[in-house]
Design a protein around this ligand. Structure first.
Ligand code: NPG
Length: 378
């Protein structure tokens, strides 16, 4: 039975980061984020929109996502009447793009639906384990600082380390980390599309350093370039930004553009599409792992549920938010021997700390569903 959403709260929050996070697309010093709360007669559900404050990772950004949800997605949600989580994407499909905004709305409906039935997101998605190994993503930094950061993560027990790279900042940090920590460390790099195919020779120099993969070396629309690069590198190519849907994943894999896929629910329009991307990877024998977007504990808890599916065969960017947020919106997710426990409570499965949410709120807007005519049905 569908849920009747009575109102949706759009809440902007700004959470200080413990340290700036630098990647080839820019530097974040605080995590501005948008929380969605759907209010239904059967209880509430929460979602988190992972768009950044500026459109630097992808075209979406927090203020744009807020406007799209309010002005274009919610009217379609109201028109759909009583809705199931599986019905959200079809109801919103007429709106082009905006996967992060759509994902947040679907996540909130999914949370409400699962809370109502007492089922966890992990079991709903098909998780087959209760612990997931955690990798950590280290922002760009001068080499001495980078080595200190990696040392801390190795001591903390992380199962693999990912370095952000870009032209002019690639071989040197990789060599420094390998020389200091040896070949046993599971190490990978992420370029966020900063290279061109003409850089193939300098990327091939990374082949000597035993990397698990190089993530998104070229532009997101350059699948043929990635396929060509794959023929010229020994290091496996992983795609992130290019994988916008299960269909895009199937195309990239068929073209030989990647041997590994980073799955991020926000980037593909929701957890249900993320599950389908996972299925494509499993059917094609391609390794997958769960990406991260500096989520609060709300989004991260949901990511842990996804990361517990059987096709997630590599450690994901699922470090506990405590690592990068000065304060989190949920009780801490804890790293234990390099693993995190998959939340097992109903829905997203973690409590939300209302007082902390309140303290970091920068804006709140309650959008009510239009009055339904009596007898018009749900
Ligand atoms: O642990 O969430 C994390 C960070 C992982 O590097 C990470 N994310 O390009 O994948 C990325 C990057 C990112 C962060 C992208 C924030 C967009 C927003």
């Amino acid at each position: 039975m569908g849920l009747v959403v009575e109102a949706v709260e759009l809440r902007g929050v700004a959470l200080p980061l413990r340290r700036p996070f630098r990647a080839s697309y820019g530097t974040e010093t605080a995590r501005r984020s948008l929380l969605i709360r759907v209010i239904t007669a059967d209880g509430d559900g929460w979602g988190e929109c992972v768009a950044l404050s500026e459109p630097l990772y992808s075209p979406e950004y927090v203020d744009g996502a807020t406007a799209v949800i309010r002005d274009h997605l919610l009217p379609r949600l109201w028109s759909a009447g009583a809705i199931t989580a599986g019905g959200v994407a079809p109801a919103l499909a007429a709106v082009r793009g905006h996967p992060m905004a759509k994902s947040a709305v679907e996540m909130a409906v999914l949370d409400a639906e699962l809370q109502r039935s007492g089922r966890s997101l992990a079991s709903h998605l098909g998780a087959d384990r209760t612990l997931v190994p955690a990798g950590v993503s280290v922002g760009m930094a001068p080499v001495a600082q980078l080595l200190d950061a990696v040392a801390g993560y190795v001591d903390a027990g992380y199962r693999r380390v990912k370095l952000k790279i870009g032209p002019g900042s690639d071989i040197e940090p990789v060599r420094a980390v390998r020389e200091r920590f040896g070949n046993e460390l599971l190490l990978q790099v992420d370029a966020n599309g900063a290279y061109r195919l003409t850089d193939a020779d300098s990327l091939a120099a990374l082949d000597d350093w035993g990397l698990l993969m190089i993530e998104q070396p070229l532009a997101e629309d350059d699948l043929l370039g990635h396929a060509e690069l794959a023929r010229r590198l020994r290091t496996p190519i992983c795609l992130d930004e290019s994988i916008t849907s299960a269909r895009a994943a199937a195309t990239a894999i068929t073209l030989g553009a990647c041997r590994v896929v980073n799955i991020k629910p926000g980037r593909v329009g929701g957890y249900l599409e993320a599950q389908r991307v996972h299925d494509v990877c499993v059917e094609s024998g391609v390794a997958a792992w769960c990406g991260g977007m500096l989520e609060t504990g709300i989004g991260r808890a949901a990511n842990l549920a996804l990361a517990a599916l059987p096709g997630f065969t590599l450690p994901g960017d699922v470090s506990p938010p405590d690592d990068y947020l000065a304060e989190d919106l949920t009780p801490p997710l804890v790293l234990n021997e390099g693993c995190l426990t998959v939340p097992s409570g109903p829905g997203i499965g973690v409590p939300i700390l209302a007082d902390v949410v309140q303290r970091f709120t920068t804006s709140v807007e309650l959008v009510r569903a239009p009055e339904r005519r009596v007898g018009a049905g749900a």
